[in-house]
Design a protein around this ligand. Structure first.
Ligand SMILES: NC(=O)c1ccc[n+]([C@@H]2O[C@H](COP(=O)([O-])OP(=O)(O)OC[C@H]3O[C@@H](n4cnc5c(N)ncnc54)[C@H](OP(=O)(O)O)[C@@H]3O)[C@@H](O)[C@H]2O)c1
Length: 278
């Protein structure tokens, strides 16, 4: 049976590299969906891919727009009946020109609520042995938060909706100017990435209960430092950064892990190795 893969935020950066890598490693019977919130940027990216082994299709997808998310899931179900590979990569950027308290709402809406919405729309479409990654980073280890905030990300006891509520609580604290006093880190990417990893952990935990023999593996990943438009403004030199293609390679290995692989599951993975949560 042909495989169906989808990459969010695929018109540039890591998402584009993941799309290209998947399209060159899957077969001519398989489909890769290059999705982007902008039709123009998405179609330009599709054009620049050139010839690939697998069939690549463009689909418009804004992860913050529930209608757009539902439309894509409906299309995938109608066309293919299910999904085998998901790279949930779409992410808003942080810019230097405004305080992070002014950016936090849109940032969490995309990076956390958007990835949660994608998972909600695709979970029932995941075929046996599906592989799902949420692109996070090593900032997403819970140990990057002070211990008194750990109960907000208790992935043994909490639900996906609980994590959404923790993220909203963080947004409110940032906007009210109380986040620092409450012990949250100043860099909004840290709580956001912890929320993403928590989401992957809970999704994996729940899937193991609901579909114990499904063989589905869901993980968060850290690509390492990559030279992209998002990271470049924050560094004087990108000498130590990898290209998006280099960063994508181990993530693609994880997405193409053989059907009999049972690990990793519910983990944060960097360069093929599991990073501790605590
Ligand atoms: N770069 C690094 O060093 C690094 C390190 C660790 C982790 N990461 C993670 O890797 C992921 C990709 O990073 P990147 O550096 O490739 O970022 P990027 O170059 O900014 O690419 C982000 C992609 O997400 C898309 N996007 C933004 N909002 C969206 C929305 N509402 N719906 C759908 N797509 C949306 C962007 O589309 P537009 O082009 O339309 O804006 C773009 O295609 C992020 O999760 C990031 O946190 C990156």
């Amino acid at each position: 049976m042909s495989k169906v893969a989808i990459v969010t935020g695929a018109n540039q950066g890591l998402g584009f590299a993941l799309t290209k890598g998947l399209a060159n490693r899957l077969t001519a019977d398989d489909f890769v969906y290059l999705t982007a919130r902008s039709e123009e940027r998405g179609r330009a990216a599709l054009q620049s891919l050139g010839k690939t082994r697998a069939q690549v299709e463009f689909a418009q997808l804004d992860v913050t727009d529930p209608g757009s998310v539902t439309e894509l899931a409906t299309h995938l179900k109608a066309q293919h009946g299910g999904v085998d590979i998901v790279a949930s990569n779409a992410a808003a950027r942080i810019t230097k020109d405004r305080p992070q308290s002014e950016q936090v709402q849109a940032f969490i809406a995309t990076n956390n609520h958007g990835s949660r919405a994608m998972y909600g729309a695709l979970a029932d479409l995941l075929r046996p042995n599906a592989r799902y990654v949420m692109v996070a980073s090593s900032f997403g280890q819970l140990r990057n938060l002070p211990p008194h905030l750990h109960p907000l990300f208790d992935t043994d006891a909490m639900s996906l909706d609980d994590i959404e509520a923790s993220m909203d609580r963080y947004v409110n604290a940032m906007e009210a100017g109380t986040a620092e006093k409450e012990g949250w880190p100043g860099w909004i990417n840290i709580p956001s990435k912890i929320g993403q990893v928590a989401t992957a952990r809970i999704a994996a935990r729940d899937l193991a209960r609901i579909r114990p023999n499904g063989g589905i593996l869901i993980n968060a990943v850290c690509p390492g430092l990559l030279d992209t438009e998002a990271s470049r403004p924050w560094f004087d030199s990108m000498e130590n950064a990898m290209s998006p293609d280099e960063g994508a390679a181990p993530i693609i290995d994880l997405l193409l892990a053989p059907a009999n692989a049972s690990q990793p599951s519910g983990q944060l993975v960097r360069f093929g190795r599991v990073l501790p949560w605590m």
